[in-house]
Ligand binder design. Structure first.
Ligand SMILES: [Zn+2]
Length: 292
C-alpha cells in the first residue's frame, strides 16, 4: 500500500502562495507556480498512490474555518484523501475546533507548523488543543527540523516537554528534527507515543538540487535508525512543495535501496497501521484512489 503522509492540497490562493514561496528559494523547482489542485490530484492517480494525508493549516487566524471546510469538501469529492485539521494560536475555542474536525468532519488528527504559524508549541494558549486531541485519542503532527532553512529554532527539549505533558497524545515529528536524527531516534526509543516521518529528509541529503551540504555523518545515523525503527517511521512527499516532482521524490527514496520490509514500512505500511489504530476498519470502508 502506498500512502503519502504529507501533502499540501490547498485552496487556489494559498496554493499559489506556497508555490511562489518555493520558487523564491529554489528557482528550478519543477512544479509550476500556476499548478492547479486538479493537476496535483492527477499526479497521485498517475503514481498509483492509494491514500494521502492532507495538511492545510492557517497562517492567519481568520483562515481556520475556511481551510477546515475546504479539507472536508475535498475529502467528500475524494474519499481517499485523509484530511488533518489545524488551528491558529489566536483562535478562541480551540477544544471546539478540535471536536468539529475530529467528531463532525472525521479528520484524522491535527497538524501544526510552529515556524510558519509563528508560535512556540509551549505557548500557554495551545494546551487546550493538545488536551482535546489527547481526550479524543487522536494524533498531532508538528513540523520539526530544517531550522537553518527557516532561521528559527525548535529544540528537542520543547518537543519532549509536549510529549511528557500529554502522555497519551500520539505525536508525529514531521521531518524527524532534520538534521538531528540521533535526537529523533532517542525520542522514538524513549516514548511509545512518538512517530517519525521522513518528508524532505532524503531530498535534502541526496538530491543535488535541494541538498544541504556538510551532513555526511548524519546520513549514517539516519540510515541506521530507519533500519532499526521503520515500523514507526512514515514517508511523505510535501507535494507540491517537496524536493522535486512527486515522481522524483519517490525515485530519491527508491535510489536508497532500503531492504524491502523497510521500504514497505516507509511507503505505506507504517501509515496503514497508524490510520487503522485511530480509525479501525478505515481501509475496508474507504476505497483507495482510482488509478490512472
Ligand atoms: Zn509540509
Amino acid at each position: 500500500m502506498l500512502i503519502d503522509i504529507h501533502v499540501h492540497l490547498l485552496p487556489p490562493k494559498r496554493l499559489a502562495g506556497l508555490l511562489k514561496w518555493m520558487h523564491r528559494y529554489y528557482a528550478g523547482h519543477p512544479v509550476p507556480v500556476d499548478v492547479t489542485l486538479d493537476q496535483l490530484i492527477d499526479d497521485y492517480a498517475k503514481l498509483k498512490v492509494d491514500y494521502l494525508f492532507n495538511f492545510a493549516y492557517p497562517i492567519e487566524p481568520q483562515e481556520t474555518e475556511g481551510l477546515i471546510a475546504f479539507n472536508a469538501a475535498l475529502r467528500s469529492r475524494h474519499p481517499w484523501i485523509i484530511p488533518w485539521g489545524s488551528l491558529h494560536p489566536e483562535n478562541p475555542g480551540k477544544a471546539q475546533i478540535v471536536e468539529l474536525c475530529i467528531r463532525d468532519h472525521n479528520f484524522l488528527g491535527f497538524k501544526f507548523h510552529p515556524f510558519i504559524q509563528r508560535f512556540d508549541p509551549l505557548d500557554p494558549r495551545m494546551p487546550e488543543a493538545y488536551q482535546a486531541l489527547q481526550d479524543l485519542g487522536r494524533p498531532c503532527v508538528f513540523h520539526t527540523g530544517f531550522e537553518e532553512f527557516y532561521g528559527l529554532s525548535l529544540p528537542v527539549s520543547t518537543m519532549e516537554q509536549i510529549v511528557r505533558s500529554f502522555p497519551r497524545l500520539p505525536v508525529v515529528f514531521a521531518h524527524s528534527l532534520f538534521p538531528e536524527f540521533g535526537d529523533a531516534f532517542r525520542m522514538l526509543e524513549r516514548y511509545d507515543t512518538v512517530w517519525l516521518e521522513m518528508t524532505n529528509v532524503f531530498g535534502a541529503l541526496w538530491d543535488d538540487r535541494y541538498r544541504v551540504t556538510k551532513l555526511e555523518p548524519q546520513k549514517k545515523v539516519l540510515l541506521e535508525g530507519i533500519g532499526a525503527h521503520s515500523d514507526r517511521i512514515m514517508f511523505g512527499s510535501d507535494h507540491p512543495a517537496g524536493m522535486g516532482t512527486l515522481e522524483e521524490i519517490y525515485r530519491t527514496l527508491d535510489d536508497l535501496r532500503f531492504p524491502e520490509t523497510v521500504k514497505e514500512n516507509l511507503l505505506g505500511e507504517t501509515a496503514r497501521r497508524f490510520v487503522e489504530r485511530f480509525k479501525p476498519g478505515f481501509f475496508s470502508r474507504v476505497p483507495a484512489s482510482p488509478r490512472a
